[in-house]
Design a protein around this ligand. Structure first.
Ligand SMILES: Cc1ncc(COP(=O)(O)O)c(C=O)c1O
Length: 343
Protein backbone atom coordinates (compact mmCIF):
# COMPACT_ATOMS: atom_id res chain seq x y z
CA UNK A 1 0.00 0.00 0.00
CA UNK A 2 3.10 2.23 0.33
CA UNK A 3 2.60 5.57 -1.41
CA UNK A 4 -0.94 4.68 -2.40
CA UNK A 5 -4.11 5.89 -0.78
CA UNK A 6 -5.97 3.14 1.06
CA UNK A 7 -9.43 2.19 -0.13
CA UNK A 8 -12.39 2.87 2.11
CA UNK A 9 -15.46 0.63 1.99
CA UNK A 10 -18.75 2.54 1.91
CA UNK A 11 -21.98 0.59 1.44
CA UNK A 12 -20.38 -2.17 -0.62
CA UNK A 13 -18.18 0.05 -2.78
CA UNK A 14 -14.51 0.97 -2.46
CA UNK A 15 -13.34 4.59 -2.70
CA UNK A 16 -9.80 6.00 -2.44
CA UNK A 17 -9.41 7.65 0.99
CA UNK A 18 -9.48 11.20 -0.46
CA UNK A 19 -12.75 10.53 -2.23
CA UNK A 20 -14.47 8.56 0.54
CA UNK A 21 -17.44 10.71 1.52
CA UNK A 22 -20.89 10.45 3.02
CA UNK A 23 -23.75 12.95 3.10
CA UNK A 24 -23.64 15.97 5.42
CA UNK A 25 -27.27 15.02 6.13
CA UNK A 26 -26.17 11.71 7.66
CA UNK A 27 -27.50 11.49 11.22
CA UNK A 28 -24.17 10.01 12.28
CA UNK A 29 -22.74 13.48 11.68
CA UNK A 30 -25.78 15.52 12.71
CA UNK A 31 -26.59 13.63 15.93
CA UNK A 32 -23.80 11.12 16.63
CA UNK A 33 -26.49 8.58 15.75
CA UNK A 34 -24.65 5.34 15.08
CA UNK A 35 -22.19 2.84 16.49
CA UNK A 36 -18.63 1.87 15.71
CA UNK A 37 -15.90 -0.66 16.37
CA UNK A 38 -12.13 -0.29 16.55
CA UNK A 39 -10.49 -3.59 15.62
CA UNK A 40 -6.91 -4.67 14.93
CA UNK A 41 -5.32 -7.16 12.60
CA UNK A 42 -2.00 -8.67 13.63
CA UNK A 43 0.15 -10.65 11.25
CA UNK A 44 -2.75 -11.58 8.97
CA UNK A 45 -5.30 -12.36 11.69
CA UNK A 46 -8.15 -10.01 12.63
CA UNK A 47 -7.99 -10.23 16.41
CA UNK A 48 -11.28 -11.26 18.11
CA UNK A 49 -13.24 -10.25 15.01
CA UNK A 50 -16.35 -12.20 15.96
CA UNK A 51 -16.43 -10.63 19.44
CA UNK A 52 -16.27 -7.14 17.93
CA UNK A 53 -19.06 -7.95 15.50
CA UNK A 54 -21.21 -9.41 18.29
CA UNK A 55 -20.81 -6.16 20.25
CA UNK A 56 -21.58 -4.11 17.14
CA UNK A 57 -24.81 -6.02 16.51
CA UNK A 58 -25.81 -5.66 20.16
CA UNK A 59 -25.36 -1.90 19.82
CA UNK A 60 -27.31 -1.83 16.56
CA UNK A 61 -30.11 -3.70 18.26
CA UNK A 62 -30.27 -1.24 21.14
CA UNK A 63 -30.21 1.86 18.92
CA UNK A 64 -32.62 0.14 16.51
CA UNK A 65 -30.63 0.35 13.31
CA UNK A 66 -31.15 -2.51 10.87
CA UNK A 67 -28.37 -3.10 8.40
CA UNK A 68 -28.91 -5.22 5.31
CA UNK A 69 -25.87 -7.39 6.11
CA UNK A 70 -25.47 -10.44 8.33
CA UNK A 71 -22.64 -10.68 10.84
CA UNK A 72 -20.72 -12.88 8.40
CA UNK A 73 -21.18 -10.38 5.58
CA UNK A 74 -19.80 -7.60 7.79
CA UNK A 75 -16.83 -9.83 8.73
CA UNK A 76 -16.26 -10.66 5.07
CA UNK A 77 -16.36 -6.98 4.15
CA UNK A 78 -13.63 -6.29 6.75
CA UNK A 79 -11.48 -9.16 5.48
CA UNK A 80 -11.99 -8.00 1.88
CA UNK A 81 -11.10 -4.38 2.72
CA UNK A 82 -7.85 -5.50 4.39
CA UNK A 83 -7.02 -7.74 1.44
CA UNK A 84 -7.75 -4.98 -1.03
CA UNK A 85 -5.43 -2.63 0.89
CA UNK A 86 -2.75 -5.35 1.21
CA UNK A 87 -2.72 -4.96 4.98
CA UNK A 88 -1.85 -7.75 7.41
CA UNK A 89 -1.22 -5.46 10.41
CA UNK A 90 -3.78 -2.71 10.69
CA UNK A 91 -6.24 -0.73 12.74
CA UNK A 92 -9.76 -1.17 11.40
CA UNK A 93 -12.53 1.35 12.00
CA UNK A 94 -16.03 0.03 11.31
CA UNK A 95 -18.73 2.69 11.49
CA UNK A 96 -22.48 2.27 11.07
CA UNK A 97 -24.55 5.43 11.02
CA UNK A 98 -28.31 5.87 10.93
CA UNK A 99 -27.79 7.23 7.40
CA UNK A 100 -29.03 10.24 5.49
CA UNK A 101 -32.20 11.91 6.76
CA UNK A 102 -33.68 15.34 7.15
CA UNK A 103 -32.50 17.98 9.63
CA UNK A 104 -34.86 16.89 12.41
CA UNK A 105 -33.61 14.10 14.64
CA UNK A 106 -36.54 11.75 13.98
CA UNK A 107 -34.77 8.48 13.02
CA UNK A 108 -37.65 7.54 10.71
CA UNK A 109 -36.35 10.02 8.15
CA UNK A 110 -33.27 7.81 7.64
CA UNK A 111 -34.25 4.80 5.53
CA UNK A 112 -30.76 3.47 4.80
CA UNK A 113 -27.88 3.13 7.28
CA UNK A 114 -24.33 3.91 6.08
CA UNK A 115 -21.73 1.15 6.51
CA UNK A 116 -18.13 2.33 6.46
CA UNK A 117 -14.85 0.42 6.88
CA UNK A 118 -11.48 2.17 7.12
CA UNK A 119 -8.22 0.27 7.47
CA UNK A 120 -4.82 1.80 8.14
CA UNK A 121 -1.47 0.75 9.62
CA UNK A 122 -1.84 2.56 12.99
CA UNK A 123 0.58 1.99 15.89
CA UNK A 124 -0.65 1.46 19.49
CA UNK A 125 -2.04 4.70 20.98
CA UNK A 126 0.84 5.46 23.37
CA UNK A 127 3.60 3.94 21.26
CA UNK A 128 5.35 0.67 21.95
CA UNK A 129 7.65 2.30 24.57
CA UNK A 130 4.64 2.94 26.81
CA UNK A 131 4.63 -0.81 27.58
CA UNK A 132 8.06 -0.39 29.19
CA UNK A 133 7.68 2.92 30.99
CA UNK A 134 3.92 3.23 31.64
CA UNK A 135 1.66 6.26 31.32
CA UNK A 136 0.28 8.90 33.68
CA UNK A 137 -3.39 9.80 34.17
CA UNK A 138 -5.60 12.42 35.78
CA UNK A 139 -9.16 11.91 37.01
CA UNK A 140 -11.80 13.64 34.91
CA UNK A 141 -14.25 16.05 36.50
CA UNK A 142 -16.85 14.79 34.00
CA UNK A 143 -18.75 11.68 35.09
CA UNK A 144 -19.87 8.75 32.98
CA UNK A 145 -23.67 8.80 32.67
CA UNK A 146 -25.90 6.63 34.83
CA UNK A 147 -26.58 3.30 33.15
CA UNK A 148 -30.18 4.26 32.41
CA UNK A 149 -29.01 7.49 30.78
CA UNK A 150 -27.01 7.51 27.56
CA UNK A 151 -25.45 4.18 28.40
CA UNK A 152 -21.78 4.01 27.60
CA UNK A 153 -22.23 0.27 27.16
CA UNK A 154 -23.31 1.17 23.63
CA UNK A 155 -20.21 2.03 21.60
CA UNK A 156 -22.01 4.95 20.05
CA UNK A 157 -20.66 7.74 17.87
CA UNK A 158 -21.12 10.21 20.73
CA UNK A 159 -17.72 10.49 22.44
CA UNK A 160 -17.94 14.13 23.49
CA UNK A 161 -17.61 13.25 27.20
CA UNK A 162 -14.41 11.33 26.46
CA UNK A 163 -13.12 14.09 24.18
CA UNK A 164 -13.67 16.78 26.84
CA UNK A 165 -12.00 14.54 29.41
CA UNK A 166 -9.04 14.06 27.10
CA UNK A 167 -8.64 17.85 27.13
CA UNK A 168 -8.28 17.65 30.91
CA UNK A 169 -5.41 15.16 30.44
CA UNK A 170 -3.81 17.41 27.81
CA UNK A 171 -4.19 20.52 29.96
CA UNK A 172 -2.50 18.81 32.91
CA UNK A 173 0.26 17.21 30.86
CA UNK A 174 -0.98 13.65 31.56
CA UNK A 175 -1.23 10.87 28.98
CA UNK A 176 -4.62 9.49 30.02
CA UNK A 177 -7.76 10.31 31.92
CA UNK A 178 -9.82 8.19 34.32
CA UNK A 179 -13.60 8.52 34.20
CA UNK A 180 -15.66 8.08 37.39
CA UNK A 181 -19.29 6.99 37.38
CA UNK A 182 -22.18 9.01 38.79
CA UNK A 183 -21.45 7.64 42.30
CA UNK A 184 -17.79 8.59 42.17
CA UNK A 185 -16.63 4.98 41.64
CA UNK A 186 -13.91 4.31 39.10
CA UNK A 187 -15.35 3.46 35.68
CA UNK A 188 -12.71 3.29 32.94
CA UNK A 189 -10.34 5.50 30.97
CA UNK A 190 -11.71 7.83 28.28
CA UNK A 191 -11.09 5.18 25.59
CA UNK A 192 -9.93 2.03 27.39
CA UNK A 193 -10.74 -0.20 30.37
CA UNK A 194 -9.07 -0.15 33.76
CA UNK A 195 -7.54 -2.82 35.97
CA UNK A 196 -5.75 -2.67 39.32
CA UNK A 197 -3.65 -5.27 41.11
CA UNK A 198 -3.77 -5.46 44.91
CA UNK A 199 -2.00 -8.19 46.87
CA UNK A 200 -1.74 -10.39 43.80
CA UNK A 201 -5.46 -10.18 42.92
CA UNK A 202 -6.63 -8.40 39.78
CA UNK A 203 -9.69 -6.13 40.06
CA UNK A 204 -11.70 -4.33 37.39
CA UNK A 205 -14.93 -2.25 37.53
CA UNK A 206 -18.25 -3.88 36.60
CA UNK A 207 -20.80 -2.83 33.97
CA UNK A 208 -22.71 -1.04 36.76
CA UNK A 209 -19.92 1.56 36.70
CA UNK A 210 -20.80 2.55 33.11
CA UNK A 211 -17.90 0.85 31.35
CA UNK A 212 -17.72 -0.22 27.75
CA UNK A 213 -17.55 -4.02 27.60
CA UNK A 214 -14.08 -4.03 26.11
CA UNK A 215 -13.10 -6.92 23.88
CA UNK A 216 -9.51 -6.55 25.12
CA UNK A 217 -10.76 -6.40 28.72
CA UNK A 218 -12.59 -9.73 28.31
CA UNK A 219 -9.56 -11.43 26.74
CA UNK A 220 -7.21 -10.02 29.39
CA UNK A 221 -9.48 -11.27 32.19
CA UNK A 222 -9.35 -14.75 30.62
CA UNK A 223 -5.60 -14.48 30.14
CA UNK A 224 -5.10 -13.47 33.78
CA UNK A 225 -7.04 -16.54 34.88
CA UNK A 226 -5.03 -18.74 32.51
CA UNK A 227 -1.91 -17.34 34.19
CA UNK A 228 -3.32 -18.37 37.58
CA UNK A 229 -4.55 -15.00 38.87
CA UNK A 230 -7.86 -14.42 40.57
CA UNK A 231 -9.86 -11.71 38.77
CA UNK A 232 -12.62 -9.84 40.59
CA UNK A 233 -15.15 -7.54 38.94
CA UNK A 234 -16.21 -5.05 41.59
CA UNK A 235 -16.63 -1.38 42.48
CA UNK A 236 -13.30 0.40 42.86
CA UNK A 237 -12.95 3.74 44.67
CA UNK A 238 -10.47 6.41 43.49
CA UNK A 239 -8.61 5.83 46.78
CA UNK A 240 -8.23 2.13 45.97
CA UNK A 241 -6.96 3.05 42.52
CA UNK A 242 -4.33 5.43 43.88
CA UNK A 243 -3.19 2.96 46.55
CA UNK A 244 -3.12 -0.08 44.25
CA UNK A 245 0.08 -2.11 43.85
CA UNK A 246 -0.26 -1.85 40.06
CA UNK A 247 -2.68 -0.42 37.50
CA UNK A 248 -3.02 -0.92 33.78
CA UNK A 249 -5.34 -0.13 30.92
CA UNK A 250 -6.64 -2.28 28.06
CA UNK A 251 -8.09 -1.41 24.69
CA UNK A 252 -7.78 -2.13 21.00
CA UNK A 253 -6.13 1.20 20.25
CA UNK A 254 -3.69 1.13 23.20
CA UNK A 255 -3.40 -2.68 23.80
CA UNK A 256 -2.19 -3.26 27.42
CA UNK A 257 -0.33 -0.34 29.04
CA UNK A 258 0.88 0.10 32.64
CA UNK A 259 -0.43 3.19 34.46
CA UNK A 260 2.17 4.53 36.87
CA UNK A 261 0.70 7.78 38.23
CA UNK A 262 -2.86 8.90 38.95
CA UNK A 263 -3.64 12.56 39.65
CA UNK A 264 -0.08 13.21 40.80
CA UNK A 265 0.09 10.12 43.04
CA UNK A 266 2.57 7.42 42.02
CA UNK A 267 1.17 3.88 41.88
CA UNK A 268 3.44 1.97 44.28
CA UNK A 269 7.00 2.61 43.01
CA UNK A 270 5.75 4.58 40.00
CA UNK A 271 7.01 1.84 37.66
CA UNK A 272 5.26 -0.98 35.76
CA UNK A 273 4.71 -3.87 38.20
CA UNK A 274 5.42 -7.60 37.73
CA UNK A 275 1.81 -8.71 37.22
CA UNK A 276 1.23 -6.04 34.57
CA UNK A 277 4.44 -7.04 32.80
CA UNK A 278 3.33 -10.69 32.77
CA UNK A 279 -0.07 -9.72 31.35
CA UNK A 280 1.62 -7.61 28.66
CA UNK A 281 3.89 -10.51 27.67
CA UNK A 282 0.89 -12.86 27.55
CA UNK A 283 -1.12 -10.39 25.49
CA UNK A 284 1.71 -9.90 22.99
CA UNK A 285 1.80 -13.70 22.58
CA UNK A 286 -1.98 -13.97 22.14
CA UNK A 287 -2.21 -11.33 19.41
CA UNK A 288 0.22 -13.31 17.26
CA UNK A 289 -1.88 -16.48 17.63
CA UNK A 290 -3.95 -17.14 14.46
CA UNK A 291 -6.59 -19.02 16.48
CA UNK A 292 -7.44 -15.77 18.30
CA UNK A 293 -9.31 -14.28 15.36
CA UNK A 294 -10.18 -14.47 11.70
CA UNK A 295 -7.26 -15.27 9.42
CA UNK A 296 -7.06 -13.27 6.19
CA UNK A 297 -5.81 -16.33 4.32
CA UNK A 298 -8.50 -18.80 5.44
CA UNK A 299 -11.95 -19.17 3.90
CA UNK A 300 -14.32 -16.43 4.93
CA UNK A 301 -16.61 -16.93 7.96
CA UNK A 302 -19.77 -19.04 7.57
CA UNK A 303 -22.88 -18.33 9.66
CA UNK A 304 -23.27 -20.34 12.86
CA UNK A 305 -26.69 -21.74 13.79
CA UNK A 306 -27.10 -19.01 16.41
CA UNK A 307 -26.27 -16.30 13.88
CA UNK A 308 -28.80 -17.66 11.42
CA UNK A 309 -31.43 -17.15 14.10
CA UNK A 310 -30.11 -13.74 14.95
CA UNK A 311 -29.11 -11.98 11.78
CA UNK A 312 -30.21 -8.53 10.82
CA UNK A 313 -32.03 -9.83 7.77
CA UNK A 314 -34.43 -11.70 10.05
CA UNK A 315 -35.03 -8.48 11.93
CA UNK A 316 -35.08 -6.26 8.91
CA UNK A 317 -38.78 -5.61 9.19
CA UNK A 318 -38.38 -4.11 12.63
CA UNK A 319 -40.16 -0.78 12.54
CA UNK A 320 -38.12 1.86 14.32
CA UNK A 321 -41.35 3.46 15.44
CA UNK A 322 -42.72 0.31 17.10
CA UNK A 323 -41.49 -1.63 20.09
CA UNK A 324 -41.55 -5.12 18.77
CA UNK A 325 -39.68 -7.03 16.18
CA UNK A 326 -41.06 -8.29 12.83
CA UNK A 327 -42.06 -11.94 12.97
CA UNK A 328 -40.08 -13.18 15.97
CA UNK A 329 -40.95 -12.91 19.64
CA UNK A 330 -38.04 -10.69 20.61
CA UNK A 331 -39.25 -7.85 22.75
CA UNK A 332 -37.74 -4.78 21.07
CA UNK A 333 -35.68 -2.36 23.08
CA UNK A 334 -38.11 0.23 24.39
CA UNK A 335 -38.24 -1.50 27.78
CA UNK A 336 -34.61 -0.52 28.28
CA UNK A 337 -35.47 3.14 28.25
CA UNK A 338 -38.92 3.03 29.81
CA UNK A 339 -37.76 3.88 33.31
CA UNK A 340 -35.67 6.74 31.93
CA UNK A 341 -38.41 8.37 29.92
CA UNK A 342 -41.13 7.86 32.51
CA UNK A 343 -39.22 9.70 35.23
C1 LIG B 1 -14.71 4.14 26.28
C2 LIG B 1 -13.98 2.90 25.92
N1 LIG B 1 -13.74 1.98 26.87
C3 LIG B 1 -13.06 0.85 26.61
C4 LIG B 1 -12.56 0.58 25.34
C5 LIG B 1 -11.81 -0.67 25.07
O1 LIG B 1 -12.58 -1.56 24.31
P1 LIG B 1 -11.90 -2.61 23.34
O2 LIG B 1 -10.99 -3.43 24.17
O3 LIG B 1 -13.04 -3.40 22.81
O4 LIG B 1 -11.18 -1.85 22.29
C6 LIG B 1 -12.81 1.50 24.31
C7 LIG B 1 -12.34 1.24 22.96
O5 LIG B 1 -12.53 1.98 22.06
C8 LIG B 1 -13.52 2.69 24.61
O6 LIG B 1 -13.77 3.60 23.67
Amino acid sequence: MAGKEPFVYIDGEYHPKGEAKISVYDHGLLYGDGVFEGIRAYNGTVFRLREHIERLFEGLRVIRVNIPLTKEQVMNAIVDTLRRNNLTDAYIRLVITRGRGNLGLDPRSCPKPSIIIMTEPVLPAHGKEARERGVTAVISSLRRDMVDGTSHEVKSLNYIQSVLSKFQAIDSGADEVVMLDHRGMVSEFHGSNLFIVKQGIIHTPTSAAGILHGVTRARVMKLAEELGYEVRERDITPYELMTADEAFLTGTMAEVVPVVKIHGVAIAEGKPGPVTKEIIRGFQRIIQDPTEGQSLSLPRPEPTKRDRLNTSSEHSMRNPASDSCCSCSLPGTAYLWVSYFSR
